[in-house]
Design a protein around this ligand. Structure first.
Ligand SMILES: Nc1nc2c(ncn2[C@@H]2O[C@H](COP(=O)(O)OP(=O)(O)OP(=O)(O)O)[C@@H](O)[C@H]2O)c(=O)[nH]1
Ligand SMILES: [Mg+2]
Length: 447
């Protein structure tokens, strides 16, 4: 794992053009000499403060920046830290990092700042994972739930349960060491009662967590007759000409997919082959694929120049509760504005009219999708956490059964130790380099 001896430096922001870049330094050493070298001031400012400084490379000013100084243990890593906000772009931050490297700091590896925060007991493993998940979150709902993991939610539940298991183990081990004459023994019934409560809490935490849903963004499928303008609309939403658009009917054959962020929410948009009866083999195959899409889409944008309602009916035959937007396209052509009964949106991909309204409708539907999947759940767990929680639930359930049968306290304590170990792996693994390696290496540099 990472060495904790050296001071480390890294760019905390994404490299490239932007207003600001933040260079982070963390170390157990005083960062005084480094600060003095960069700013030509006599000493570090008072802890937990931010001031504006000129930054020097030898005698040359290279930037005007804001430096925040955090003194251990009151910092993200629990060590002394400097956060230097320089102007954005490719040049200044690299110059500053270069200067810092020349003072004996080394470049941080991915996740090394968070690793130090973990080692210094500023956060537990669930919180460390939450930080990484927030950074890579692609929709507001999951991000909000991960913030809850970070600020206590899941980790306080796990830590609470961990303590209960530990207390129970201490009690059992204590009784194993003493005889009946020396202390009042806890009854088998009492042990089982405490263990059952732990089991129920784990079960309800699992029930109250979502994992699978997190991976799936809502699948929004554009369907309709050939030439309705499906690919044109698809390209509009995606933001570039991803799908081929021609005036030849049956242009699109394969299902074309794109992951798009629609007003802050991730969606998977699919363009399909136009539905019609045809003898052309390739087009037929494409239409079969469209039929498959009808079975799995969350929302269908049913597009037609005149009447999308017939296809809406066809979809409803297969999926009675499917969400369908009946959309008329090409309203720039005069004759299309007439037939408008039961139509949700009238648009023109050619002159952009009605597109914003359609996007608003879509984003409201997507909001509902995420709300249904996330709002009823309290926690969002990753695969590692999900597997461990299931294993704990199984082991606890088995132990209730087995101890109920044999009543042997030594066996009980040994199985309980195993459960405690799983809890610790979840939030604060002791000496499990492999797990830590895997988790922190998945971070970005500077975090
Ligand atoms: N006037 C007008 N033409 C449009 C509009 N939208 C698309 N078109 C044209 O309609 C033709 C078909 O567009 P596509 O986007 O390829 O239609 P499609 O539904 O994907 O067609 P297939 O893939 O063959 O099923 C093209 O010539 C487009 O330029 C519109 O809003 N107004
Ligand atoms: Mg097409």
């Amino acid at each position: 794992m990472y060495s904790l001896k050296d001071s480390i430096v890294a760019l905390a922001t994404s490299p490239g053009r932007g207003a600001l870049n933040v260079v982070r330094v963390s170390g157990s050493d005083s960062l005084g000499s480094l600060f003095v070298k960069l700013t030509k001031k006599r000493r570090l400012p008072s802890p937990n403060s931010s001031y504006q400084y000129l930054i020097y490379s030898k005698k040359k000013i290279i930037d005007q920046s804001v430096v925040s100084y955090f003194e251990a243990p009151k910092s993200f890593t629990g060590e002394n830290m400097l956060e230097i906000s320089v102007h954005g772009g490719y040049v200044v931050a690299n110059q500053v990092i270069e200067l810092i490297l020349n003072t004996g700091c080394r470049m941080a590896s991915p996740g090394e700042f968070t690793y130090r925060a973990f080692i210094n007991n500023k956060i537990n493993l669930i919180q460390a994972e939450a930080i990484n998940s927030i950074i890579s979150s692609e929709n507001t709902k999951s991000s909000n739930l991960y913030v809850k993991n970070l600020t206590g939610g899941l980790s306080s539940v796990i830590d609470g349960l961990l303590k209960e298991v530990k207390d129970l183990l201490v009690l059992a081990e204590h009784e194993i060491d003493f005889s009946e004459e020396e202390i009042t023994l806890t009854t088998k019934k009492e042990y089982l009662k405490i263990l059952k409560n732990i089991y129920l809490s784990v079960a309800s935490t699992i029930k109250n967590s979502c994992y699978e849903e997190f991976k799936e963004e809502p699948r929004i499928v554009i369907v309709g007759r050939p030439n309705a303008g499906k690919s044109s609309l698809f390209n509009k939403i995606v933001g570039y000409e991803k799908a081929i658009v021609t005036n030849i009917k049956g242009t699109t054959r394969d299902v074309i997919e794109a992951r798009v962020t629609l007003r802050g929410q991730k969606i998977l948009l699919a363009d399909t082959a136009g539905i019609r009866t045809t003898k052309k083999k390739l087009e037929k195959l494409g239409i079969e694929k469209t039929q498959e899409e009808l079975k799995r889409g969350y929302l269908f944008i049913v597009l037609d120049e005149n009447s999308p309602l017939k296809i809406v009916e066809e979809i409803k035959k297969i999926r009675p509760r499917a969400l369908c937007f009946a959309v008329i396209n090409k309203i720039d052509k005069k004759n299309n504005s007439v037939l408008c009964k039961n139509i949700d949106y009238k648009i023109s991909c050619k002159n952009n009219s009605g597109i914003e309204g359609l996007l608003t409708g879509l984003s409201t539907a997507v909001e509902k999708y995420y709300a249904a999947n996330y709002q009823s759940r309290g926690f969002l767990v990753n695969e590692r956490q999900s597997l461990l929680l299931s294993s704990i639930k199984k082991k606890t359930g088995d132990l209730i059964q087995e101890y109920g049968d044999h009543g042997d306290l030594v066996l009980f304590a040994s199985a309980l130790r195993n459960i405690l170990n799983d809890f610790e792996t979840l939030s604060r693994p002791v000496d499990q380099n492999e797990i830590l390696n895997e988790i922190f290496r998945g971070f970005c540099v500077g975090k």
